[in-house]
Design a protein around this ligand. Structure first.
Ligand SMILES: [Zn+2]
Length: 678
């Protein structure tokens, strides 16, 4: 970096106004002036027209993971990155369990009715007129069953409890449930149905959630039309993500594989997605009692429980294929600390065309690579290395990011500064960012500077992290600080054929300005992580959040459990004390015009190792792959904080609670020791 700034000699001193205006966390005042100059040049580079061109190409054809088109796009990304001047550009292949459906049917034999499992062409959208094959749920079990159908609302445990209390036994029957807001991962619905003994599950998109009850439907509005179908994975990746047959190690050639019967992430239940138009036929033919009012969706019908004479025949055949998938990686090698890695990533594979998910993110990533590559070719290089990753099979089970993270665990453990994820970059105008608290300061400053978002807004960066995208391996398995960003809005065509280039041009981001805003905020965050005098990780924020998590957990606990939780208070105090002391040490160091380089390098190691210290090698009970003791996803993908402790409390298991409190005290104590000034 900073070659352009050679003009700032050692003798230049800054006025206090200049100092205040140029304040960037992790930078001395003088370095911040240089950084702002680099950023000004960077910010001028991303182009909405180029983002649109990339988006049009990426979404020209369906490109599900492992398909020929997915390979073509991997090569396109690789070739563009070479054109842009990135280094070590390569396609990394993993062979993973990636089943495609060969046959899915849902019928009502008594009425000679067959669910379409396909979407209609709509006016003016040639993308929607193509045959893209039958919709399915990845990692559904194969099977063939005819059974009565039962409406089970959202398919959560409480819904089945209600049914049982009203004399409806789900065992051996087919559950019909709806995708729900607040969002609950479809794999959790499948697991719940499996555990309750259902023979199969059908998940449909009710118009109350993403259709006409929300507003105008496509092509007249952004919401889902009557035949839209939400495809998706149902794998139990809240237990372990990545290739189900290589849990915890990489699917490199010759890797050991477990039997499918031993894989804890593979569902044993059949599952299929339905449009509301198909589900309506079932719902209208169902008898039984009227469903409780909270279960009524947006259709103008009487929602009934069923369970009697309406029988559905459901067949799913999966090919159980092991297929190659392709991660594209590249880097811009740092000038001063080339071993230290700032990683930016997005996935490429889509359920169909992937207009929002993920091609908006991929188009933003391409503009990021082009812009940073252009700076590097002008001699403006980062201090630390920036790594670019374009993942594959995210839609199946966060697959290629998980395999790559497992493959490079040692290097990433030693050298990853942070991972910045963007999945869908633009479905509307609202900027959303979630991150580990150590990145709050970086992200709120970058948002203020790039997006004009109020920096002081404590709600700007969400610190409750679940799962559902490629940051999971970095946070939960490797202990690398992560952030996840998007621009969101009215979006009812998720994982359907209508999530395409035309939808984006009409509704999501007509001018492709949001794509480019994402490139800018993403790039500035990456540049600051790469160029800072001291890596901008602020553990004072982490300490404050953990204290909040401990307090709310304790407040919600019973009297005896409160007692068991008490050791956490002192452990948080120790960590907070270390965070304060080191924070002051950093502030003092950066107050100097030329910060001591040896001290800065030592602080870098300390700050990178601190997030790592939250890992417990034993992991959370029952799911050892999830090693971070502050965060894990619930099976719904919702955030769970202090997961080991939270789950012991939920199970009301005192022995496990004491053991998990001890484990959490141990990681907090270790993190405090890592972080303490020396
Ligand atoms: Zn995605």
């Amino acid at each position: 970096m900073l070659l352009v700034l050679g003009v700032i000699g050692g003798a230049v001193s800054l006025t206090s106004a200049q100092r205040a205006a140029s304040n960037i966390y992790g930078f001395s005042a003088r370095s911040a002036v240089s950084e702002r100059s680099v950023e000004r040049r960077f910010l001028a580079l991303p182009s909405p027209d180029k983002a649109r061109e990339a988006h049009q190409l990426l979404t020209a054809e369906p490109h599900v993971a492992g398909s020929p088109r997915d390979r073509v796009l991997a090569e396109w990304v690789r070739d563009r990155w070479r054109d842009y001047g990135l280094e070590q550009v390569e396609i990394v292949e993993h062979e993973v369990l990636l089943p495609y459906a060969t046959d899915v049917t849902v019928d009502m034999p008594s009425r000679n009715w067959h669910a379409s499992l396909k979407e209609d062409a709509v006016d003016g959208d040639p993308y929607s007129a193509r045959d893209v094959g039958v919709a399915y749920h990845a990692y559904s079990a194969s099977g063939d069953v005819e059974a009565p159908v039962v409406y089970a609302n959202s398919g959560n445990p409480a819904d089945y409890d209600w049914l049982a209390a009203h004399g409806v036994d789900i065992r051996g029957k087919i559950a019909l449930v709806r995708y729900s807001m607040p969002y609950s991962y479809r794999g959790f619905k499948a697991l719940t149905a499996e555990q309750r003994g259902a023979a199969g599950i059908l998940i449909y998109s009710d118009p109350a959630e993403d259709g006409f009850k929300k507003g105008k439907t496509y092509p007249n509005g952004p919401w889902g039309p009557d035949s839209h179908i939400q495809r998706g994975g149902i794998v139990y990746d809240f237990r372990v993500p990545g290739d189900p047959l290589t849990p915890g190690w990489a699917s490199v050639p010759g890797a050991r594989r477990i039997a499918a019967s031993e894989a804890i992430s593979l569902p044993k239940i059949m599952s299929a997605p339905l449009s509301w138009r198909d589900a309506r036929v079932l719902l209208e033919s169902m008898g039984g009692a009227e469903a409780p009012s909270a279960w009524h969706g947006g259709l103008p019908i009487t929602y009934r429980i069923g369970g009697g004479s309406t029988r559905v025949h459901m067949r799913v055949r999966m090919d159980d294929g092991v297929r190659p998938i392709w991660t594209v990686t590249a880097r811009i090698t740092g000038t001063a600390q080339p071993d230290d890695l700032v990683i930016v990533g997005n996935h490429r594979d889509a359920w169909v065309y992937g207009g929002v998910d993920p091609s908006s993110g991929t188009a933003s990533l391409m503009e990021l690579a082009r812009s940073l590559g252009a700076l590097a070719s002008q001699g403006i290089r980062p201090k630390r290395t920036i790594v670019f990753a374009n993942w594959d099979a995210e839609e199946f089970t966060l697959t290629s990011s998980t395999e790559w993270g497992e493959q490079h665990a040692r290097e990433l453990g030693e050298h990853a500064v942070a991972y910045l994820n963007v999945d869908s970059s633009a479905s509307g105008p609202d900027f959303k960012v979630s991150a580990v608290p150590a990145l709050n300061r970086l992200l709120s400053q970058a948002s203020r500077d790039v997006l004009d978002v109020r920096a002081g807004d404590p709600q700007l960066v969400a610190n409750r992290l679940g799962s559902g995208s490629d940051y999971t391996v970095f946070l939960n398995f490797l202990g690398v600080p992560i952030a996840d960003m998007s621009f969101t809005g009215a979006y009812g065509v998720y994982h359907s054929i209508y999530d395409n280039h035309l939808w984006m041009k009409k509704f999501g981001d007509p001018g492709f300005e949001r794509h480019v805003r994402m490139t800018r905020i993403w790039g500035v965050a990456a540049l600051r992580l790469a160029n800072a005098d001291v890596v901008p990780l602020d553990y004072r924020a982490t300490a404050a959040r953990i204290r909040e998590f401990v307090t709310e957990t304790t407040d919600a606990a019973g009297l005896a459990d409160k007692q068991a939780l008490r050791p956490l208070v002192a452990a948080v105090d120790r960590f907070a004390h270390a965070a304060d002391a080191t924070g002051q040490q950093i502030d003092t160091l950066l107050a100097s015009d030329s910060p001591n380089r040896t001290a800065a390098l030592a602080l870098d190691r300390v700050l990178m190792n601190t997030e790592r210290a939250f890992l417990d090698q034993a992991g959370i009970p029952g799911r050892p792959w999830y090693r971070h003791l502050i965060y894990a996803p619930k099976p719904t993908y919702a955030a769970e904080v202090l997961p080991g402790v939270a789950e012991a409390l939920e199970r009301d298991d005192r022995a496990q609670l004491e053991q998990q409190v001890a484990a959490l005290v141990a990681v907090l104590t270790r993190a405090a020791a890592v972080l303490a000034p020396r």
